[in-house]
Design a protein around this ligand. Structure first.
Ligand code: 28G
Length: 637
């Protein structure tokens, strides 16, 4: 609590809650103190610049990662107000930086649309930084204030003159708070690129002083460019994405871009106020229903469909679709497990009517594009119909209904899914060791043969004919696709255990892509893990040590006294080189093992890598292999 809060009435007491609370429970404000939370600090600050840009006053945003992993963000907006905040009776900048929730709505009728998942503002970043500095240029001068761990360290004062305007914030994340204080350049670029797509015209520059890398992200095409980017490794069936926009008063703006490729999967990204709503919501629902209706109406009007019982289904019109939906609204309601589902009910109708009206107009004006889309959807409909008839004809029990477990599965004894886990193991020999080494009470083993099927290039009926995939579906017990149900899972942890080499990485990519496409909830609800087998065994006399990466190997060698006599280093080439006991000790024993939980971003990345590696385009594949050649030896694809 602020020490002078007695001056204010009740409504302001909450506002005056001190930054101490933030330092005590950082997770409540930024989600976590892991690497994710660390990166979140940058997004919080950048969001303020984005808001200033959306208000129409800022064109350029710069982000710099310094050598010591501190960050500077600056923009060429109006600059934070330099005057005294009349209610608080101190500089407005100091209020913004030291009072919780002081961010709030911007003046001048504009609304705060940006704001990361937590949208907590600059004061939280300040609270969690060892050092923070704000510099404002406006009205002919430069002002500056410094803070330490959220507390004012120097007065807000004029330090020079300038005829420029803007805000600059420097911060050094507090190592007392964050487990990891190293910034990942690619992670920041990815989110900044997304922001540049979602807010057309804004120029975002990022520089990494540690490596001298830098990038400028600037897309005049906005989300239309986003769709082109998402389809960059695929084969679009018409050259330019379709783009429509509209708004309902000042309450809600809507933008949609879409394009089809020659594949079979659906890629729809829905954003609300620049936040990736991975759980979907009303904007996505409105888009989907409009799309299905518009294409059916069009197909009937122009004689593609004569029989009304031959209507195209939603799945038919979304086969091979890549789309981005972006809505911006004054009062977003975020719901769902991870608060990434848009709940505002009015948005459904707003998006539906804008998309219906504008996409129909587009189709009438571009009949060649209309024909390509309807033809593709009708092929999808026929394939689905044929697959259904074939299933009915054979009257074979489908995999989904099959009750007998796959023969290769070594199941565990427990029937309590919460404590059960299944290891997906690459190859029969490692599978054998894993079966011997496991704790059979709660650990099941499912050996998988080499490469599983390329799910991007196949329709569901083909996918379901793959032995490896059928084995996973029946073993997990949750079904597949739309009907996938995590409450029916037989294991709450699904652990991918592959060799620590390129093939292993490839198989892991294939499995993750399959999960992402057909068992998304598995990933969303955090049931998927990656086992981390050691890379080295160091034997010194009778003692054995394991190292999981090169740094750790150095540490081990240092502690055992270097590479002199009696020290033997073995580099594991595969899981198969470990016997059952070693496998248990290093990789499967819950007391000692390291598991990495897979999140949706990991799965999405796998999906992308997969598209590049398995797709038809040679150039992106070559580029990917060149860029990643240093990370993996003997890339043999
Ligand atoms: C470099 C790091 C991140 C920002 C502005 C510009 C204004 C502003 C920021 O106002 C609203 C009003 C008083 C508390 C608004 C300037 C209107 C007129 C602004 C940034 C809330 C804050 N003139 N640029 N804040 N106040 N850039 N970049 O933070 O009550 S923050």
């Amino acid at each position: 609590m602020s020490k002078n809060n007695e001056v204010y009435d009740e409504s302001q007491i909450q506002v005056l809650e001190g930054l101490e609370a933030v330092r005590k429970r950082p997770g409540m404000y930024i989600g976590s103190t892991s690497s994710r939370g660390l990166h979140h600090l940058v997004y919080e600050i950048v969001d303020n610049s984005i808001d200033e840009a959306l208000a129409g006053f800022c064109k350029n945003i710069n982000v710099m990662i310094h050598k010591d992993n501190s960050i500077t963000v600056w923009d060429d907006g109006r600059g934070m107000p330099v005057g005294i905040h009349h209610k608080m009776n101190k500089p407005t900048v100091e209020v913004i930086m030291t009072v919780l929730h002081a961010g709030g709505k911007f003046g001048g009728g504009a609304y705060k649309v940006s704001g990361g998942l937590h949208g907590v503002g600059a004061s939280v970043v300040n609270a969690l930084s060892e050092v923070c500095e704000v510099e404002v240029k406006s009205e002919g001068h430069i002002w500056k204030q410094t803070y330490h761990r959220g507390k004012v360290a120097s007065p807000f004062e004029k330090i020079g003159d300038s005829d420029e305007h803007g805000t600059k914030t420097y911060f050094k994340p507090d190592p007392e708070i964050f487990e990891d204080t190293v910034y990942d350049y690619d992670t920041l670029v990815q989110r900044l690129r997304e922001l540049a797509f979602l807010n057309k015209g804004i120029k975002i520059n990022i520089t990494d002083e540690r490596t001298d890398k830098s990038e400028t992200l600037h897309y005049e095409g906005g989300i239309k460019s986003f769709v082109t980017y998402l389809n960059r490794n695929k084969e679009p069936i018409f050259p330019e994405p379709i783009y429509v926009e509209g708004r309902k008063d000042d309450e809600c703006s809507v933008e949609v871009a879409l394009q089809y490729n020659d594949g079979y999967t659906e890629n729809i990204f829905a954003f609300a106020n620049n936040i990736d709503t991975i759980e979907g919501g009303t904007h996505l629902a409105g888009f989907k229903s409009a799309l299905t209706r518009v294409f059916n109406d069009y197909a009937k009007k122009f004689g593609f469909i004569k029989d009304s019982d031959k209507n195209l289904s939603g799945d038919d019109v979304r086969e091979g679709l890549t789309a981005v939906i972006s809505v911006k609204l004054t009062d977003p309601q975020f719901e769902g497990q991870t608060k990434t589902k848009l709940g505002n009910s009015e948005v459904r109708g707003i998006v539906d009517s804008i998309v219906s009206e504008k996409v129909s107009t587009f189709l009438e004006e571009n009949p060649q594009v209309g024909k390509l889309i309807i033809d593709k959807s009708m092929v999808a409909a026929r394939a689905r119909d044929a697959a259904k008839k074939a299933r009915e004809l054979t009257r074979r029990k489908s995999v989904l209904e099959s009750t007998s477990l796959p023969g290769k599965l070594a199941d565990c004894a427990s029937r309590n899914p919460e404590e059960c886990e299944v290891y997906l193991v690459e190859g029969d020999s490692a599978g054998g060791s894993a079966k011997q080494g496991r704790n059979r009470n709660f650990q099941a083993i499912l050996p998988l043969k080499g490469k599983i099927m390329n799910v991007e290039k196949q329709r569901i009926d083909k996918i379901l004919s793959s032995e490896e995939i059928k084995a996973m579906i029946t073993a997990f017990g949750g079904g597949i696709g739309k009907d996938f149900d995590t409450s029916k899972l037989r294991y709450h942890r699904i652990i991918i255990m592959t060799d620590a080499d390129v093939d292993g990485a490839h198989i892991r990519t294939l499995i993750l892509t399959f999960f992402y496409r057909y068992m998304k909830k598995l990933v969303e609800e955090g049931h998927v893990y990656i086992a981390q087998p050691p890379l080295y065994k160091v034997a010194k006399g009778k003692k054995e040590y394991y190292a999981y990466d090169d740094d750790e190997l150095q540490e081990v060698l240092n502690t055992v006294g270097g590479k002199d006599t009696n020290t033997n280093i073995q580099r594991y080439k595969g899981l198969g080189e470990m016997d059952a006991e070693q496998l248990w000790d290093t990789t499967m024993n819950p007391e000692k093992r390291i598991l990495r939980k897979v999140n949706v971003e990991d799965a999405m990345e796998a999906d992308e890598v997969f598209t590049i590696l398995m797709g038809d385009k040679v150039a992106p594949r070559r580029q990917f292999i060149q860029e990643n050649a240093s990370k993996v030896e003997n890339w043999d694809i």
